[in-house]
Design a protein around this ligand. Structure first.
Ligand code: HEC
Ligand code: CA
Ligand code: CA
Ligand code: CA
Length: 504
């Protein structure tokens, strides 16, 4: 057989590549790959106008009924796209038993106080007067568009149905759009009861974009340079000023598609920079490939985008995927999360039940905590020194530093800080120490600045003086009603604009 020059060249090149790559790395390349371009559905091609509108909407607290919650309140880049407020005791959901402090509790995200259809607060029986908390740990919104479904149970589907018309707006590839319209009407996350898309439209038509945010990133400032209204911004993105649910979904999904976490040391290593991973991290990657990639954590995303019950909790406790499919075989199954930036997202799993990566590794190494029918959940018997190498890979090999530093495109505005009125010393309660704390600030020369001026402004008149200490004391000792919203018994944002600040 005669080889053409071209074929010969291909052969030689192929052999050379093989020799250079070495056998082990070739296997790695088959198990893992770099993130390709983010897919976008034909019906919603990515444009800068849609993406920046989506970014504005994602960080827009006025998208919620009561101005206190944006998508970004629960999803922060520096927390790996998840919620950073997990250290607060108020992030607890009592789980199915309805009781706080038991085994089935979940570390969720703080949403809104329960409000009826007139947006009046009511006692939900669990959280009131505090804000409600989601019943699952918040996953990332970054790099999610590679998958074909969204949420832990995958209920946000590939096919995106326009919720106002019932039409199929996107036939396939629209899970981000399907997901994005969910929280806006969710009575736990952002809405009063019975909120409609008309309500959302009316609200967005009337507000000044980003009026509540500070430190606004440059691309958002550019879009806001001519003081546009939301209808103006929708016109720039979609050609007409109409605000619809589908367009909100299209815009937010477009923004999310610009968030590609592809500069991890792992990605740089796969692209051919052998120094991107330390020797230990490379060993950790090999061990990860051997023990963890298997059916679940391989490919470009390090996720099979499928659903598994791995025994973090009993399957009956949160039935997960079964809720979507109706199939009892899917009981307790949750979506395999992609693993880039995983270390920033502690605590882990759908219930936030494992505090550290080390805890997660011990969980897998011992074959899980609760019985599961999954044949892959077996004791792994990995040695401690090997576990440390895997941990090193997961923590240092898979983190894109642009998220930690919140560099573009992972930059964001500063949102409102939550506090308790009167909690001058920031220990989550109002007591006499808060009055003393404020008085010290007011009258002792050289005393420390207040960590949260808004909290110390007990009477919410925009100033800090003796009257605030008196408000605290009469609330404590004269049976006065709760201090002004968010009040001393409820954690939330300041509903009145003033010049005072509050450190996050
Ligand atoms: C109150 C906190 C909260 C708010 C507000 C919120 N989310 Fe989430 N987000 C969550 C939680 C909790 C989940 C997981 C829910 C589940 O799977 O059942 C989630 C899931 C997601 C996912 C799915 C990720 C995956 O791995 O499948 C995306 C994407 C997302 N949110 C984006 C958004 C957008 C866009 C908004 C605003 C329109 C928003 N979130 C508002 C808490 C929040
Ligand atoms: Ca409980
Ligand atoms: Ca206090
Ligand atoms: Ca005051």
């Amino acid at each position: 057989m005669k080889l053409s020059i071209l074929n010969l060249r291909a052969l030689v090149l192929g052999a050379l590549c093989f020799a250079l790559a070495g056998f082990g790395d070739k296997a790695i390349a088959q198990t893992f790959s770099v993130l390709g371009p983010m897919p976008e559905p034909a019906e919603n091609p990515l444009t800068p106008e849609k993406a920046v509108l989506g970014k504005l909407l994602f960080w827009e607290e006025q998208l919620s009924s009561n101005d206190g919650v944006a998508c970004g309140t629960c999803h922060k880049p520096f927390a790996g796209g998840s919620d950073a407020r997990v250290g607060l005791p108020l992030s607890a959901h009592p789980g199915v038993d309805g009781m706080f402090g038991t085994e089935d509790d979940v570390i969720g995200s703080i949403g809104v106080i329960a409000r009826d259809e007139t947006c009046a607060e009511f006692d939900d029986g669990i959280f009131f007067p505090e804000r409600q908390v989601t019943n699952r740990r918040t996953p990332s919104f970054i790099g999610i568009g590679y998958g074909d479904s969204s949420f832990w149970d995958g209920r946000a589907t590939d096919e995106f149905i326009d919720p106002e018309t019932g039409d199929i707006a996107i036939a396939t590839g629209g899970s981000l759009e399907s997901q994005a319209i969910g929280p806006i009407l969710s009575t736990v996350e952002m809405a009063c009861n019975d909120r409609t898309w008309d309500d959302v439209r009316t609200k967005l038509e009337s507000v000044t974009p980003m009026a509540l945010a500070t430190d606004i990133p440059l691309d958002m400032l550019d879009a806001l340079a001519v003081d546009p209204t939301y209808p103006d911004l929708f016109e720039a993105a979609f050609g007409t000023p109409d605000i619809t649910a589908a367009r909100i979904g299209f815009a937010i999904a477009s923004y999310e598609r610009t968030l590609v976490p592809d500069r991890t040391p792992f990605d740089l290593f796969l692209l051919g920079d052998p120094s991107a991973l330390t020797a230990d991290q490379e060993l950790g990657m090999d061990l990860f490939e051997l023990h963890c990639a298997g059916v679940c954590h391989s490919g470009a995303e390090l996720s099979d985008n499928d659903f598994h019950h791995i025994g973090v909790r009993p399957a009956d406790e949160d039935i997960g995927r079964e809720e979507v499919t109706g199939n009892p075989a899917d009981r307790g199954k949750m979506k395999t999360p992609p693993l880039r930036n995983v270390a920033l997202r502690a605590p882990f799993f759908h219930n936030g039940g494992k505090e550290t990566i080390q805890d997660v590794l011990i969980f897998y190494n011992t074959g899980g905590d609760f019985p599961t029918t999954d044949p892959d959940m077996i004791e792994l018997g990995i040695s401690n020194s090997e576990l440390l190498l895997i941990e090193d890979f997961l923590i240092n090999g898979l983190t894109d530093n642009r998220l930690i530093n919140e560099f573009a495109p992972f930059d964001r505005p500063t949102l409102q800080t939550f506090f308790r009125r009167g909690d001058s010393n920031q220990d989550f309660g109002l007591d006499i120490a808060d009055a003393t704390h404020l008085l010290t600030f007011l009258f002792v020369v050289g005393s420390d600045p207040l960590p949260c001026e808004d909290a110390s402004d007990a009477n919410d008149d925009g100033g800090l003086d003796l009257a605030d200490a008196i408000s605290m004391l009469s609330r404590l000792f004269s049976g006065d009603p709760p201090l002004p919203s968010p009040s001393d018994i409820s954690f939330g944002h300041d509903p009145t604009l003033d010049a005072l600040g509050c450190n996050p």
